[in-house]
Design a protein around this ligand. Structure first.
Ligand SMILES: *[C@@H]1O[C@H](CO)[C@@H](O)[C@H](O)[C@H]1NC(C)=O
Length: 227
């Protein structure tokens, strides 16, 4: 099992335990990439990804094979240690559109023979925070061992990842509170306003015990004394 498959399976399992969105939504993502080393701002259509339900998180990926011209351009990017840049135009269920840019080493993508992971990070309300591409191929461009025939078909897995914002412990203000209390104690400002029993229980309890014990033994002792 390749590491890529392991990652996909792992996150699919993880997905089952992520909390569900209260209002599910869908996404359409149109992928465009920049392959031309001499014209870096020219993005061409790569494919469409649709996610019918963010809660289920399964994507339909539709990508055309790269033609020979594009394969040569990608190989050229890789050989010159350039970045492969991917733009995702996202259309949401509420018809808003946002685009995201992500990039990877072109030689890593080439070494992975166009196998990549597309991470769709959403927040707890279902809004997209980022779309990130990762590839597992070697980013070492010296050992580029691919022919342009290997660069024909993208093999893309999509992972919908719900980011949870964990509560951050407020350590600073806790330490400041302790400091203020310590200073107040040193200035004698803190009044001991606990109840009488709470303050003196360590004296009251032994005295109470003594009274109990002597009370229990006094009928014998007292009468014995009067004999
Ligand atoms: C990709 O999706 C867009 C809408 O987002 C659509 O206009 C276009 O025809 C689709 N292309 C393919 C090849 O499915």
């Amino acid at each position: 099992m390749s590491s890529l498959h392991f990652v996909v399976i792992f996150f699919n399992i993880l997905h089952l335990v992520t909390p569900y969105l209260e209002s599910d939504g869908w996404l359409n993502i149109e992928l465009h990439h920049a392959l031309d080393r001499h014209n870096p701002d020219k993005f061409t259509f790569r494919g469409n990804v649709s996610i019918p339900s963010l809660n289920i998180g399964i994507a339909n990926v539709l990508q055309e094979p790269l033609n020979s011209e594009d394969r040569e351009k990608l190989k050229d990017l890789a050989e010159h240690n350039q970045f492969y840049r991917l733009k995702s135009y996202v259309t949401f269920s509420d018809a808003t559109k946002i685009d995201y840019l992500t990039s990877t080493k072109a030689c890593a993508l080439a070494n992975a023979q166009l196998a990549d992971l597309l991470w769709v990070s959403i927040d707890t309300s279902g809004s997209v925070l980022a779309i990130t591409q990762t590839v597992s191929g070697s980013g070492n461009c010296q050992d580029l061992q691919v022919s342009s025939e290997d660069l024909e078909n993208f093999n893309t897995h999509v992972i919908v990842k719900q980011m949870e914002l964990a509560p951050v412990p407020d350590t600073t203000s806790f330490i400041q509170k302790l400091e203020r209390e310590r200073e107040a104690r040193e200035r004698g400002e803190v009044k001991d306003n606990r109840g009488f029993f709470a303050k003196y229980w360590m004296y009251i309890v032994p005295i109470g015990l003594l009274v109990l014990i002597s009370g229990a033994t006094s009928p014998d002792g007292g009468q014995g004394g009067g004999r």
